[in-house]
Design a protein around this ligand. Structure first.
Ligand SMILES: C[S@@+](CC[C@H](N)C(=O)[O-])C[C@H]1O[C@@H](n2cnc3c(N)ncnc32)[C@H](O)[C@@H]1O
Ligand code: SF4
Length: 370
């Protein structure tokens, strides 16, 4: 039996699965851009959005991700954003994010984003080094300083994504990327270690991830550098200046419910987690084909830990007790002690959280506990 109570759903994710070119490391649900597909896709999304509008939904956080949302035309974006705007809960301190790639972002789109209520943007820069960008099929010349200056005219809450461990990247290159980020004077950065997943072109080509020691050295370099510049790591891969943490992503890490629309998107509407099928043709034909997973009480506890331990803040013991009507230490006795003894997990002021070292070893810890 499940004991978690149904709550109001505050968050909406919308997936745009198109990209102008395909990066060899990427295994997200995405397709090379074709206008005719984009047009049909936006129409299908509007059908889904109309259902939410008819159901009087209002969201505190909305995230349009991809793929590359910024590769939609102004016409398609206008149509889509007009509907999404009706779903913003303007009575809250809402956050509405859109993802963009540097080469498909221009002032007209930014103007449109602002008028649609978008107040946060996440730009996938990956690296500032053009040679390294070429290895990931990104062949463009961008003046990032000018780009961010233009973005700031419309949206002040900006994130950039960087990847480390890309082909040809050494520690000096990584530090150059970080220094370039600081020069942009923005308040949030996500840094990911390159993972070579089986569905990616890099995998097929036999490209290998950097080894554990180097990955660790890069990670420590990033942590040290960003902390010195006033950033807090509030999640394994996410750093922000105080007050600029992503509210939408915190929904996931707090293990709260959200609705996911679009091809390959997932959602959590208690007591189900669901994943939309990733087949574009089916979606364009109006099929959603949700794969639903009923969440048991035990699953719930596992998801709770998987999500909450990613955050620097961890979780309150009281929250666990209220949700599950049992005590965390009773549920995980015999498994948790070794991590407490080794200072990988810390309990302080009734809060359970990972130490710096624990966050780095989180996958290992979770494997043992779960
Ligand atoms: C889903 S992508 C979409 C964002 C956007 N299309 C872009 O490329 O910038 C979100 C971020 O995930 C990261 N990412 C995607 N695949 C990755 C991989 N295999 N290894 C590390 N980071 C990855 C990239 O930093 C990317 O910006
Ligand atoms: S990383 Fe972004 S631009 Fe590259 S293929 Fe994936 S979703 Fe598309």
């Amino acid at each position: 039996m499940n004991t978690k109570k149904k709550t109001k759903i505050n968050s909406l994710y919308i997936h745009i699965p198109f990209c102008d070119s395909i990066c060899p490391y990427c295994d997200f649900t995405k397709f090379i851009s074709k206008d005719i597909f984009k047009f049909g896709y936006v129409n299908q999304l509007i059908r889904d959005l109309n259902e939410l509008i008819a159901g009087n939904y209002k969201f505190k956080t909305i995230y349009i991700g991809g793929g590359t949302p910024s590769c939609l035309s102004i016409k398609d974006l206008t149509k889509l954003l007009k509907k999404v705007k009706l779903l913003i809960n303007f009575n809250t301190n809402y956050e509405f994010t859109i993802e963009a790639n540097p080469e498909s972002l221009d002032e007209n789109k930014l103007r449109l984003f602002k008028s649609a209520g978008i107040n946060r943007i996440s730009i996938g820069i990956q690296s500032f080094n053009e040679k390294i960008l070429e290895t990931i099929n990104r062949n463009y010349h961008i003046n990032y300083f000018n780009l961010i200056k233009t973005v700031k005219k419309y949206i002040n809450n900006i994130n950039i994504d960087l990847i480390y461990g890309l082909p040809g990247q050494n520690k000096d290159e990584l530090l150059k990327d970080l220094n370039n980020f600081i020069k942009l004077d923005i308040n949030h950065i996500s840094t990911y270690s390159l993972s070579v997943n089986p569905m990616s072109i890099f995998y097929v080509k036999g490209y290998k991830e950097i080894d554990e020691d180097l990955s660790r050295e890069f990670y420590d370099t990033i942590l040290d550098f960003l902390r010195k510049h006033g950033f807090e790591r509030y999640e394994v891969s996410n750093f922000a200046k105080p007050g600029y943490e992503s509210k939408h992503n915190l929904t996931y890490w707090n293990d709260e419910e959200y609705i996911g629309l679009g091809v390959g998107a997932s959602g959590y509407i208690y007591p189900y987690r669901y994943k939309n099928y990733s087949n574009l043709t089916s979606y364009l034909q109006g099929k959603r084909n949700l794969e639903k997973e009923l969440i048991t009480k035990n699953d719930n506890k596992i998801y709770f830990l998987l999500c909450n331990l990613r955050k620097k803040q961890g979780f309150l013991l009281k929250t666990y007790e209220i949700l599950f009507k049992t005590r965390f230490f009773d549920d995980f006795s015999g498994k948790i002690e070794i991590f407490l003894e080794n200072n990988l997990i810390i309990v302080e002021n009734n809060r359970v959280f990972c130490s710096d070292e624990g966050l780095i070893k989180l996958d290992l810890i979770l494997k043992e506990i779960i």
